[in-house]
Structure formats: C-alpha cells, structure tokens
Design a protein. Structure first.
Length: 89
C-alpha cells in the first residue's frame, strides 16, 4: 500500500515526505544553533495522531522526525508507533 501511495503521489506531483519537528528541546549548546533557547510547545501524542492520519490520507509515505533533539521526548517511541500505525515510515 505504501509503495502504491508513494507512486501515486509522485505521478500527481504531490509531496511524499514530511519533515516533522517533534520538539524544540535540546541539551546541546551548539554555537551555530539557537534552537535550545526557544520555548518548546510540544504537541501531545493525541494531537500528533490527528496530524499523522491527515498526512496519510493526503498520500504522505515518509516522515523525518526532528527537532531540537527528538530523543529528549520521553514518548518518542510512541510517536514513531503513531506514524507506523498509519503506514508512514
């Protein structure tokens, strides 16, 4: 199903990948990046479920989770499971 959805999106010139910021939290203090200075209003897992379902419905096949540092979220594995549940890799 994912391959079909990806090919269909490509033929229709629709995006197949979303870059998704799951947090702005970061425990590094890199000189070239100030992301750690900004406030992080993280979405709940339930809010992410709604967005993931919409993305899947619109033909998105892949997601790149980023942030500050996504592993700073204690629920990062649950977020990965949310995207896997809607067949987004």
């Amino acid at each position: 199903m994912t391959l079909f959805r990806t090919l269909t999106s490509l033929m229709l010139e629709k995006p197949i990948l979303v870059i998704f910021d799951v947090t702005r939290l970061c425990n590094e203090r890199c000189r070239m990046c100030n992301v750690w200075r900004t406030k992080s209003d993280d979405m709940t897992v339930d809010e992410i479920k709604v967005i993931a379902a919409k993305l899947a419905k619109n033909g998105i096949s892949y997601v790149h989770l980023q942030g500050g540092d996504p592993t700073m979220r204690k629920d990062i594995l649950e977020i990965v499971d949310v995207f896997n549940a809607v067949k987004i890799k």
